[in-house]
Design a protein around this ligand. Structure first.
Ligand SMILES: [Zn+2]
Ligand SMILES: [Zn+2]
Length: 172
């Protein structure tokens, strides 16, 4: 949705609250696409904070269908977002202004805005649970369901050096 912020940007002391539906049905984080499985409207408060300057405060909640990075089980990625951004009239100098491509002149593109908020909050790792044991690299067994009995011992190369010394390997 496009929200015209020109009145807030030019009217000193003006504040405007607005609920905006989130239209996106999916999110691309640059490598993958995730479906939005539930979402709330975005609650915005736009406040004038000076000549030609406005603050965007807001919050929303949404979730995505994803898979655990370790065991590939399907998980729901819940995201609770709260944000505060500053925008300015074109030509207004302000070092704190967020110019992230969601403003066109005085109009706010709420979808582009939310895409950015989701992106900066996207987790580095998606796990079904903190201590997910993942899959066995040898046989693919889900190790959360039990051990598979494969020998997964990977010697630490530094330990190998020490072992060589113990074994009297003169080439170390
Ligand atoms: Zn997992
Ligand atoms: Zn295995």
């Amino acid at each position: 949705m496009i929200v015209d912020l020109s009145d807030v940007l030019v009217s000193e002391g003006m504040q405007k609250a607005l609920e905006v539906p989130l239209e996106m049905t999916g999110f691309e984080n640059g490598t993958e696409r995730f479906n939005v499985t539930s979402k709330l409207p975005i609650s915005f408060v736009f406040s004038n904070v000076g000549k030609g300057k406005a603050e965007i405060l807001g919050r929303t909640r949404l979730s995505f269908g994803a898979v655990c990075d370790r065991c590939l089980r399907e998980v729901l990625l819940d995201m609770e977002l709260e944000f505060r951004r500053k925008v300015v009239l074109p030509g207004t100098e302000d070092e704190e202004a967020d110019d992230l491509g969601f403003m066109k002149e005085c109009r706010l593109d709420t979808e582009a805005f939310m895409h950015n908020e989701i992106l900066v909050n996207w987790p580095a790792k998606i796990l079904c649970r903190e201590d997910c044991k993942g899959l066995c690299p040898k046989c693919g067994q889900d190790l959360n369901l039990g051990s598979c009995g494969c020998d997964r011992f990977v010697p630490d190369p530094r330990m190998a050096v020490i072992q060589d010394i113990f074994n009297g390997n003169k080439e170390v």
